[in-house]
Design a protein around this ligand. Sequence first.
Ligand code: PLP
Length: 451
Amino acid sequence: PHTPTRSTRDYQQLDAAHHIHAFVDQKALNAEGPRVMVRGEGLHLWDNDGKRYLDGMSGLWCTNLGYGRKDLAAAASRQLEQLPYYNMFFHTTHPAVVELSEQLFSLLPSHYSHAVYTNSGSEANEVLIRTVRRYWQILGKPQKKVMIGRWNGYHGSTLASTALGGMKFMHEMGGLIPDIAHIDEPYWFAAGGELSPAEFGRRCALQLEEKILELGAENVAAFIAEPFQGAGGMIFPPQSYWPEIQRICRQYDVLLCADEVIGGFGRTGEWFAHQHFGFQPDTLSIAKGLTSGYIPMGGLVLSKRIAEVLVEQGGVYAHGLTYSGHPVAAAVAIANIKALRDEGVVERVKVDTGPYLQQCLREVFAGHPLIGEIQGSGLVAALQFSEDPASRKRFANETDLTWRCRSIGFDNGLIIRATGGRMIMAPALVATRTDLDELVSKTKLAVDQTA
Ligand code: PLP
């Protein structure tokens, strides 16, 4: 139990006085007052007034093991006492980061061999851009430096990761970096038209080929995308999409980079989301589920093809962050990976709780007058609001509707996310069937009350 030390109003006033929040209209937030979260256990959170919430979003898609894990807290505490900090700058290393790599690469297919550690997903993608460009430089192709991303993709909030992403409202803040291009997202429901999902997926992928030919393959370094789009609306591409993207990347010698910041560490029921879609990226950007969000950590995983060039021919790798491979974060990541594996968490998502959630959502929402599409796999899912599901007609005010749905949920003790016309859920991977029943029934209530 939490004993409040200040009133909620006090916290809100102090917060409003000093804190700029992420992705909100600060003035509107100050008028409303943010909810003050004070405690978590499993899938549930409590606010400062004792109200209980089912967290259907794992925080920000990151608390894969749920809240309140004593093993993760103990791992951090042990490491803090033994060696709270050291770095890998000048010919040193430490056991926590070495053993983290051992654990990480035991999960990954054998064509991945090295990682660069960071503190976040944004940084992982910053490192990606520099590393990919360095790779082509070493191979004598310094002009091969354009990165292609997707409109509405999300790769972070720092300068280069914002440019790489395709969120136009973020681009409007300005200052982007050059040598970045975008293609459309594979969002079949929103595209409308007569194409089947399979044909639409192929057409979207062919845009990559057109863009490479327009820019010249000799200038294109890499294509980056989330295996399924997260912040852009939890959009699963048609099955035809990824095989075609992979073919194009191989044909034009363009590196294929998967942003696994959301999809990694079990979300779809596979360890990594690219495994769900059956393609083989050259790099993986990771963060969030690496530590179940208990402490900041991210990384860039490299295939042997890239690592060998960097290591054998590259000389000095001119990059480093003070907190790369931080011992405390590494110790938490090790405990997290062990728990996900030894407790069979990812396996359970694949064979039990994942199929259960997907089936419940389809039973409850198939044919619902407001819902036009249900997508997802494992413990991630989206519900698409639609004015006329049969013709895939979207509501003109879909963002108002989904935000209303979200706030009805909040009032009823449910946290799910509203993005464009879609409601998104991504509960912790330790969710039981009882937790998932609560998630689905509270979501149904919120959707029904939205109309
Ligand atoms: N990449 C993806 C796919 C993400 O969803 C996010 C964050 O939501 C990021 C990168 C950025 O990660 P971070 O917020 O840790 O910088």
